[in-house]
Design a protein around this ligand. Structure first.
Ligand code: SAM
Length: 289
């Protein structure tokens, strides 16, 4: 009996080693633990550690993002490029007007993202303020190593974005699709991912509204290829998911704490202002009068 328990524990240990070794180029694991530099409001925050990891594994020559809004995902890719000293060109494509799912917004959002980009990453990163379809012809087929699709999430819109941009991916190319686990408000990313699975290896994260990772190229890096293989092994898939989901949750938590602290400072500042506005006479205690 004791021997069976021992053998099971050994097997569990071996499978743990296998799971971790599937994702654990040293550099990649270190990257996943980086502290995010940019934490705006976003449904993407829980994937930031994965963004760091995937950039470390692909070492892309070109990254394109379709749908940037405040830049949570985009500036995570940029942070990885900068921290790993990569020779990568990054492009963020967005009208910066919003859409039916993200909501429509004013020009202040672009000004904010543009200022942050200019201050931090303009050496290698460009913002393209245009529609996805109008921008596609500016990129050669086979030239993009990492494509992140995160625009309007109806099935028709996602299918059109994927069909237009899929030929742009290189032989090392990986495509990320956000919101694959949202099943409400006319979201249809899951249906598009289902079709892509027929042709390409896919790893699907369910946390953070879901992120589909699609290995499009036929010369994927060893790290990416092993990671995608792990989707077929229940233990490895669970361990990898737990790893990135837990680290991702910390990014989300950090954003929430940051917001609470900001609100608190605002309240304190408002209180100080009010106290200043009240004549000193009124603030004196009864005994002082
Ligand atoms: C879900 S938000 C992007 C979220 C962002 N990736 C993040 O990390 O928070 C979708 C963005 O896509 C943009 N968008 C939607 N459809 C577009 C299109 N066809 N062309 C250009 N931009 C589009 C919207 O303006 C919006 O800012």
């Amino acid at each position: 009996m004791a021997q069976v328990g021992h053998r099971e524990r050994e097997r569990e240990r071996e499978s743990d080693q296998l799971s971790i070794s599937l994702i654990a180029g040293d550099e990649g694991v270190k990257a996943a633990f980086w502290r995010p530099a940019h934490l705006p409001r976003s449904a993407w925050l829980e994937h930031i550690p994965f963004a760091f990891w995937i950039v470390s594994q692909i070492k892309p020559g070109t990254i394109v993002e379709l749908g940037t809004h405040f830049g949570a995902s985009y500036f995570a890719f940029c942070q990885a490029v900068e921290s790993l000293s990569l020779d990568t060109r990054c492009y963020a494509v967005d009208t910066w007007k919003g859409d039916e799912h993200a909501g429509f917004y004013g020009g202040g959002v672009f000004d904010y993202v543009n200022a942050y980009n200019n201050a931090q990453y303009s050496r290698f990163s460009s913002l393209i303020r245009a529609s996805f379809s109008d921008t596609a012809s500016y990129f050669e087929d086979g030239s993009v190593d990492l494509l992140h699709v995160d625009g309007l999430h109806t099935e028709a819109a996602v299918r059109s974005d994927v069909e237009t941009w899929l030929p742009k991916l290189s032989r090392r190319g990986v495509m990320l699709l956000h919101d694959v686990n949202v099943r409400e408000r006319d979201f249809g990313v899951a249906a598009v991912l289902k079709q892509l699975r027929v042709q390409y290896p896919v790893f699907e994260f369910l946390h953070g509204h879901g992120l589909g990772v699609v290995g499009v190229g036929d010369e994927l890096s060893a790290g990416v290829s092993n990671f995608l293989k792990a989707n077929g092994d229940a233990t490895a898939r669970r361990d990898i998911t737990n790893f990135f989901a837990r680290l991702g949750r910390a990014c989300y938590d950090a954003q929430v704490v940051g917001r609470i602290e900001q609100d608190r400072s605002k309240t304190l500042a408002a209180g100080t202002k009010m106290r200043r506005a009240v004549p000193t006479k009124l603030l004196k205690s009864e005994s002082e009068k």
